[in-house]
Design a protein around this ligand. Structure first.
Ligand code: 13P
Length: 281
């Protein structure tokens, strides 16, 4: 059931856990996500990452939104429609018009005041349309650099987080506490103390990016200390890529393309039903 992301985050907050948002690109991934969520009876958020997909002509916000809306009709669990990392305000407005109930304006690389001003501008538009905004303070970098995840200078500072939330009117905040995007070269160590302080200083749901490869025990800690949305992308895409390889190169190279979707959806669902157990709803 299509449900506003803000509502899903409230449900997660009340349950003292996190909903998982998966980056996804097409019908196979979206279908597998909503049906895996239905199977385990947990909410899920479908996230379009413009840099991965829309800007490479793989899909558009309008098409993505329609696929999610239609798939969500087939299940009873809450399904959210979210635009991940975007700095292009025109593109965000397009997504809002297409029905995304939450958009992430990522001003994390901008100076503090500029991040606030741009986030506020997006929030004003989104709120007028009944949608919500996720912002980022501090910067969640790339796992491949190793130094990004360990660089405390990039971490979110609890004292300014409160000011940022208040002035930007954002509805959810992505925090930098030791995670990074992509496959980790070194096991990350989330700064739970900092997270606890940010959570105490703010009253909105917090978001953890860079979900691929964070040990489960650290996630349990993070989810009970304020993280209500958890983003996963890289490992889900890697699995999907491997399924293509396996299907076309190794396994059934003679069977054409028509059976691939069912094969991929079933395999993706195995991963997803397992991963969704991290959400303690
Ligand atoms: P990973 O690709 O590292 O799983 O992170 C996903 C993410 O944070 C998307 O916003």
């Amino acid at each position: 059931m299509l449900t506003p992301v803000k509502e899903i985050l409230q449900i997660a907050d009340q349950a003292n856990t996190a909903v998982i948002g998966f980056n996804c690109i097409d019908y196979n991934q979206i279908y597998a996500m909503v049906h895996a969520a239905e199977e385990v009876k947990k909410p899920v958020i479908c996230m379009l990452y413009p840099e991965h997909t829309a800007l490479k002509n793989m899909t558009s916000p309008e098409i993505f939104a329609e696929i999610v809306k239609n798939a969500a009709k087939e299940v009873s669990v809450p399904v959210g429609l979210h635009m991940d990392h975007c700095q292009d305000i025109d593109y965000i407005n397009r997504a809002l018009k297409a029905g995304f109930s939450c958009v992430m304006y990522d001003g994390s690389m901008l100076p503090f005041e500029e991040n606030i001003a741009n986030t506020k501008k997006v929030a004003d538009t989104a709120h007028a349309l009944g949608a919500a905004v996720e912002a980022e303070l501090g910067h969640v970098g790339l796992a491949e650099t190793v130094s990004d995840q360990d660089n405390c200078d990039l971490y979110t500072q609890p004292d300014i987080a409160a000011q940022f939330v208040e002035r930007s009117s954002c509805d959810a905040l992505a925090v930098a506490i030791g995670s990074a995007h992509g496959f980790y070269k070194q096991t990350p160590h989330l700064d739970i103390k900092r997270l606890t302080e940010i959570n105490a200083a703010t009253s909105i749901p917090l978001v953890l990016h860079g979900g691929t490869g964070i040990p489960d025990d650290q996630l349990d800690q993070a989810f009970t200390h304020g993280i209500n949305k958890f983003n996963v992308g890289t490992e889900f895409f890697k699995l999907y890529l491997d399924l293509h390889r396996e299907y076309y190169l190794d396994k059934r190279s003679d069977s054409g393309i028509f059976d691939f979707s069912k094969y991929a959806q079933d395999e993706l669902m195995k991963y997803l039903t397992n991963k969704l157990q991290l959400s303690k709803f």
